[in-house]
Design a protein around this ligand. Structure first.
Ligand code: ADP
Ligand code: MG
Length: 383
């Protein structure tokens, strides 16, 4: 133990907030455009981490060179956070390299201030910093990778279930086509009516297959990007307007008014993913409107909740969803009993849920038959 290490540890505790800011600033300079930058939330954690590193510097290292379990916990938490933020191992390593450099410079600066310090003591402190940083990096990356592996595992399971459901769904229209083809191969239609029936069956089957393919494409769209920073970040109000504009034709054709809250909080959102979710939700609200009502509307509102999450509500005065259907609407291929007559794949809300979850958020629904339906999306702010 030397008093210089005590001094550096004390000074480090005093300067932890300042050093954290310095780290974030320097990081912002070296992060290539397109990479996600650690957000304010990471900045919240960093002072705690520096506090722990200070502990490593002042405490005499035990024979095994162990670092306190609190440091490891903090590192694991960081690993989980960076995984949620969709960082890469490369980014984490770069962030820690930079932190190590800042801390070493800090220690050297302290030595220069306390000019009576023997060089050996300063070297010892730098070694301790180095050791703490190495353990920390290892623990963070380990957690990151195990989170990552779990995600991949979940996705594989997911994909298998999905493929099974998909082949099941495609079998219907394909069987119809096969039967119609066999019938036509045997003999010509006997009447104009029969001919029309067969053509309708062919058209229906083809349309259904195309709708499935289209939804499939949407699901693949954001799944394939899970390991990289998500889509482009744009201002929320612009994103809401873009979705409403795109659905204006469909809304007009069904005599449904789309009302977008014009007091959207000024935050940025991942346009690609959010658009996918909103398009499906507003599309449903239009599709399942209540034709018995004179004024039909779907309303989109946005606010920041008490929990500092972004809340988007999509409410309509449509037919509503039966209570027993509510828990199942987000399941893939689920279609409400009362709405079977209306074309659909049952994938829309599964797409919504996946899209929202890929942003670290959640989606909920409440509904009352005859009154209408409200979907609420809660999203963490990306800052
Ligand atoms: N806004 C809504 N109003 C009434 N029912 C809805 C609404 N949104 C979804 N539903 C019900 O949930 C089911 C699942 O929706 P979705 O996954 O989008 O599939 P699809 O629209 O292709 O049937 C629909 O079949 C419908 O019964
Ligand atoms: Mg739908």
């Amino acid at each position: 133990m030397n008093s210089f290490s005590e001094q550096v540890a004390r000074r480090l505790r005093e300067s932890k907030v300042e050093l954290s800011k310095q780290w974030l600033e320097q990081l912002a300079e070296i992060v290539p455009t397109g990479d996600s930058l650690p957000t304010e939330r990471l900045l919240d954690r960093l002072p705690t981490l520096l506090e722990e590193i200070a502990g490593c510097i002042s405490s005499p290292s035990d024979p095994a060179g162990e670092v306190s379990s609190k440091v490891l916990e903090e590192a694991a938490e960081l690993g989980r956070l960076r995984h949620r933020q969709k960082a890469s191992v490369r980014q984490i390593l770069r962030e820690f390299d930079l932190l190590a450099r800042i801390l070493e410079e800090f220690a050297v600066g302290e030595q220069q201030l306390a000019n009576a310090t023997p060089a050996g003591a300063a070297v010892e402190v730098v070694c301790r910093i180095d050791r703490a940083m190495r353990v920390l990096t290892q623990a963070t990356v380990d957690t990151f990778i195990s989170e990552y592996a779990a995600t991949i595992d979940r996705q594989r399971q997911h994909l298998e279930d999905f493929n099974r459901m998909l082949s099941h769904e495609l079998r219907g229209p394909m069987n119809t086509l096969r039967i119609v083809a066999a019938l036509l191969a045997e003999r010509d239609p006997v009447s104009a009516d029969e001919r029309k029936t067969l053509i309708d069956l062919i058209q229906g089957s083809v349309e259904r297959s195309c709708a499935l393919l289209q939804d499939l494409e949407a699901l693949a769209g954001f799944r394939g990007h899970d390991d990289s920073p998500a889509g482009r970040e744009v201002a929320l109000d612009g994103a809401l307007r873009a979705v409403a504009d795109r659905l204006a034709g469909l809304a007009a054709a069904n005599d449904v008014e789309i009302v977008v809250d014009d007091a959207a909080p000024s935050v940025t959102v991942d346009i690609r993913t959010l658009e996918l979710a909103l398009t499906n939700l507003i599309g449903n609200a239009i599709k399942y409107c209540d034709r018995g009502k004179d004024r039909r509307w779907v309303r989109v509102t946005a606010s920041i909740g008490d929990d500092s999450q972004l809340r988007l509500a999509i409410s309509d005065n449509g037919t509503g969803i039966a209570r027993e259907d509510l828990p199942k609407v987000f399941e893939r291929f689920f279609r409400g009993k009362r709405t079977r007559a209306i074309e659909g794949t049952g994938l829309g809300l599964a797409i919504v849920r996946e899209a929202v979850q890929s942003l670290g958020g959640s989606v909920d629904v409440t509904s009352e038959i005859g009154e209408g339906t409200r979907f609420t999306i809660a999203l963490p702010l990306t800052g």
